[in-house]
Design a protein around this ligand. Structure first.
Ligand SMILES: [Fe+2]
Length: 235
């Protein structure tokens, strides 16, 4: 069973699920897609938008109750996809932003226009506040396009790399293909996750993505990636 560490399945807190019913359908869909645990990661933008944490916690509990009631083999954990802002590292240190499954891992998102310097500076600050940064859907950032950059982020900040399962089901643009294949083949990818937002358009496709990745990069690489997510929730 897969552990999905990136999901907007909890309704009413971001641009993910819109209603309780949609959350419930998405939970059923996750189980059907072979997922056995989800870290629920709504968008959080520290210091810019007030995150409705009390609503999130209420809806999270309601989702867990639904799982129990339906007898689904699915576990839920709390997390956040944090769009990096200046106060992020301080608020993480103060425990005012959700980390991943109550561990010392924090999922950090960047804007596609962010520069290499901005990203490195952010990772340094997150690492400096005692957290291991997990870079959300790293394939989306044009500023990161060299294997040497990824190696440096890992060696300096212990940064971890998450790629979306859906990306694996698609052909990469020609210019990015070498980089994309390279990070897998060199064992630099740490997580594959769904980043699911809804039933339509951005639904889950973990099985399909993992299958495509196994064909391209081999079982050894993919088994390691799947194990990382299991270890994260056991941390
Ligand atoms: Fe996301």
């Amino acid at each position: 069973m897969f552990v999905d560490i990136h999901s907007h399945v909890i309704w009413g807190v971001d641009d993910g699920a819109k209603t309780k019913e949609e959350t419930q359908r998405m939970l059923q869909e996750a189980v059907a897609d072979g997922i056995g645990a989800i870290v629920c990661t709504p968008h959080v933008t520290p210091g810019v938008y007030e995150f409705p944490e009390d609503v999130f916690l209420q809806h999270f509990d309601a989702a867990k109750q639904y799982i129990r009631q339906e007898g689904l083999a699915l576990k839920l954990y709390k997390g956040a996809e944090i769009l990096y802002t200046d106060p992020t590292s301080r608020l993480l240190r103060e425990g005012r932003v959700l980390s991943m499954a109550e561990t010392k891992h924090a999922m950090i998102e960047f804007s596609p226009t962010d520069t290499n310097d901005h990203i490195f500076d952010a990772l340094q600050k997150v690492a400096g506040s005692g957290f291991i940064p997990i870079i959300a859907h790293m394939e989306r950032y044009p500023a990161i396009g060299k294997i040497s950059q990824v190696k440096e982020m890992k060696s300096r900040f212990r940064a971890m790399v998450q790629i979306n399962a859906r990306t694996l089901t698609r052909k990469q643009p020609l210019l990015r293909r070498g980089f994309f294949d390279g990070i897998f083949k060199e064992g630099l990818v740490d997580f594959i996750a769904t980043d699911t937002h809804s039933m339509e358009g951005r639904g889950t496709c973990m099985t399909e993505g993992i299958k495509a990745a196994r064909v391209k990069y081999g079982d050894r690489v993919i088994d390691r990636i799947l194990k990382n997510a299991e270890e994260l929730i056991q941390d």
